[in-house]
Design a protein around this ligand. Structure first.
Ligand SMILES: O=C(O)c1cc(=O)[nH]c(=O)n1[C@@H]1O[C@H](COP(=O)(O)O)[C@@H](O)[C@H]1O
Length: 274
C-alpha cells in the first residue's frame, strides 16, 4: 500500500482531514504529569487513545522528544500508535534536508528506526537531498513549500528571474514536486493554513499531491478557507492542529478536552467541503 493509499483509506474510515500533532511540552502537561519529561510517552499515548478514530494522520514533532532525550519514548509511542490506530498513517515531522549520504541516514532514522509512513523535508538543498527518501517504497515525503510562519516570506516569496515565467520560489517548489521530482508518486507539499490564497495557488500547480496544512488552532489559520482552497476529491489534505488539541485543558480531563477539540475541528473541516 502506498502512503497516498493509506491517507485515502484513513480519510474514509475516520471521515477526517484532521492531523493530530504530537508536540509534547512537559511544562504544559496537566498537574499530575506537569514538568516530568519521563511522562512524554504517557501524555502522548493518552492523546492518541482519545483521537484514534478522528484523525487522518498523527504527526509527532521529533524536536519535542529529542530536546528531552526522549527518543526512546518516541519509539514506544510509534509502537502504541500502530497498535491502537493501525489505520492512521504517521508523519514524522523532522524537516530534514542534507547532502545525499547524510540524507540516507536521516531516511533510515525516519523509516527504519521509527517506522514512520512519511517525513517532512526541507527542499532547500535540492533533489539529491530528497532522493534517498524516495528509495523507501510506499513511504511519503512532504516538502516545505509555503510555510505557516511570517518569515516564510523571506525566501519562499522571492521571484526566480532565471526560471520560465519567473515564478515565486514556493511556486517553483510546487511545480517540481508535482512534476520531475515526483519519481514514484511519493511527494506531498507543506502549505500553511495561515495563507489560504497560497494554498489555492499550490493546489492549482500541484493538483494531485497530498497537502500537509499546519496552522489551524494555535496559529489562528482559517479552517474553512483552508478546505475551500485546498480540498479536491482524490487529493487529500492533512490539516494539522497540535497545541489547541494537546492543551485544550490543563486539568485531569485533558483527554476528554482533547477529544472534544479534535471532534470540533474534524467536523468543521468536513462541513467546509460543502
Ligand atoms: O511541517 C510542519 O508540520 C509545519 C510546517 C509549517 O509551515 N508550520 C508549522 O507550524 N509546522 C508544524 O506544525 C505544528 C503546528 O503546531 P500548532 O501551531 O501547535 O498547531 C508544529 O509541529 C510545527 O512545527
Amino acid at each position: 500500500m502506498t502512503f497516498l493509499d493509506m491517507l485515502r483509506a484513513a480519510e474514509q474510515q475516520n471521515g477526517s482531514m484532521l492531523c493530530v500533532g504530537l508536540d509534547p511540552e512537559p511544562t504544559r502537561f496537566p498537574a499530575h504529569l506537569k514538568g516530568d519529561a519521563n511522562k512524554i510517552y504517557d501524555f502522548c499515548a493518552r492523546i492518541v487513545d482519545a483521537t484514534a478514530d478522528l484523525a487522518i494522520a498523527f504527526k509527532p514533532q521529533i524536536a519535542y522528544f529529542a530536546a528531552h532525550r526522549a527518543e526512546g519514548q518516541l519509539e514506544r509511542l510509534m509502537e502504541h500508535m500502530r497498535r491502537v490506530a493501525p489505520q492512521v498513517p504517521i508523519i514524522l515531522d523532522a524537516k530534514r534536508g542534507d547532502i545525499g549520504s547524510t540524507a540516507e541516514q536521516y531516511a533510515k532514522e525516519a523509516f527504519d528506526r521509527y517506522g514512520a509512513d512519511a517525513v517532512t523535508l526541507s527542499p532547500f538543498m535540492g533533489f539529491d537531498s530528497v532522493m534517498p527518501y524516495l528509495k523507501y517504497e510506499g513511504k511519503g515525503a512532504f516538502l516545505l513549500c509555503r510555510t505557516s510562519n511570517p518569515g516564510g516570506d523571506d525566501l519562499q516569496n522571492q521571484r526566480l528571474a532565471s526560471v520560465d515565467g519567473q515564478p515565486l520560489l514556493y511556486e517553483h517548489v510546487a511545480r517540481l514536486a508535482q512534476g520531475p521530482w515526483n519519481l514514484n508518486g511519493q511527494l506531498g507539499l507543506v502549505v500553511g493554513a495561515t495563507y489560504p490564497a497560497e494554498i489555492e495557488r499550490v493546489r492549482a500547480l500541484a493538483p494531485t499531491l497530498p497537502l500537509l496544512i499546519p496552522g489551524v488552532g494555535a496559529q489562528g489559520g482559517d479552517a474553512v478557507a483552508t478546505v475551500r482552497a485546498g480540498w479536491k476529491p482524490g487529493a487529500p489534505i492533512v490539516v494539522n492542529s497540535s497545541r489547541a488539541i494537546l492543551y485544550a485543558s490543563s486539568g485531569d480531563d485533558f483527554q476528554e478536552a482533547a477529544r472534544r477539540e479534535a471532534l470540533r475541528t474534524r467536523d468543521l473541516l468536513q462541513a467546509a467541503r460543502g
